[in-house]
Unconditional design. Structure first.
Length: 303
């Protein structure tokens, strides 16, 4: 295998440092009152975070130092920075606002620590590669900023009150450290015939993001939260049918149809009936039936 040039090997780490700088710059924008720029900086950090790992694998420049640097940068960009932005925007005037922000930062760090541990877990099932355990840190950071995004787009309202913002941040922090499965788009497989339509969709999304950035970001957050029940359902189904994970997606419906046919129906319980009703069902009702039963048993009727 050819060795990677030292300059090329630094590219993924440089992208990680840029993501760190973008995430931390959001705090500076928030201090200056430029909250649109603060949200944009966190979004840019999330995009760069999705690129550094792929570049490292593409350039065969993965290293232990790069993995540690990525975790530390994520802790600052998606744990500390969003918490400070929310505190500066809404929670700085309350006694418990700082506690809420600290709680979110701690949840983000714990989520990153667990992610590093699960990366070395060799006992996870093959279909586990398709899912994250809990909400990833970049998605959690952007989702925590959802009340701020709505306020910047639609103005102040009940969604920007301190109590609602605090409860929202605590809920997202809980999702970070939860064991709720969420889809990992890193393993998304795109068919060859869908590449051209997908590129057209990317172009449309880029145009929409440039024209209506806050609306597009809010839509992505809502869609991401809406996909969580689907991810939970798919994870449970794959846990019952692990053999269906590596088959083409078009065959999943046939597998579901086949398993539903093989499922046994619940037996119907016949209600208890007594006396003449039982004899009527067994065909031994009346004197004829009684005589047949006596003859079958070899008994004589007593007069």
């Amino acid at each position: 295998m050819a060795r990677v040039a030292p300059g090329i090997g630094l590219v993924p780490n440089a992208v990680t440092v840029l993501a760190l700088c973008a995430g931390l710059s959001s705090v500076m924008f928030a201090l200056d009152g430029h909250f649109v720029a603060a949200v944009a900086a966190v979004a840019v950090a999330a995009l760069l975070d999705g690129l550094d790992g792929r570049l490292a694998r593409l350039l065969d420049a993965t290293s232990r130092m790069g993995a540690e640097l990525d975790s530390l940068a994520d802790a600052v960009s998606f744990g500390v920075a969003p918490a400070l932005v929310i505190f500066i925007w809404s929670l700085h005037g309350s006694q418990w606002g700082w506690v809420v922000c600290l709680l979110f930062a701690v949840c983000a760090v714990l989520r990153l620590a667990r992610f590093n541990v699960l990366m070395e877990d060799t006992k996870s099932p093959p279909y586990g590669k398709e899912f994250f355990v809990g909400v990833p840190a970049p998605a959690g950071a952007l989702t925590a900023l959802f009340p701020l995004v709505i306020s910047l787009k639609a103005g102040e309202g009940w969604w920007s009150t301190q109590l609602v913002v605090a409860l929202w941040v605590i809920a997202i922090g809980g999702l970070l450290i939860s064991r709720v499965p969420t889809l990992s788009f890193k393993t998304l497989k795109v068919p060859a015939k869908a590449i051209a339509p997908l590129l057209m969709l990317v172009g449309l999304l880029a145009a929409a993001a440039i024209t209506y950035p806050l609306l597009v970001l809010a839509t992505f957050i809502v869609l991401y939260l809406a996909h969580v029940p689907f991810a939970v359902r798919r994870y449970r189904w794959l846990s019952r049918h692990p053999e269906a994970w590596d088959v083409p997606a078009g065959e999943h419906r046939a597998i579901r149809r086949g398993t539903s046919r093989l499922r046994l129906r619940r037996p119907r319980l016949r209600p208890r009936v007594a006396g003449d009703a039982v004899r009527a069902e067994s065909g031994t009702s009346g004197p004829e039936g009684a005589r047949r039963s006596w003859r079958r048993l070899g008994l004589r009727r007593r007069s």
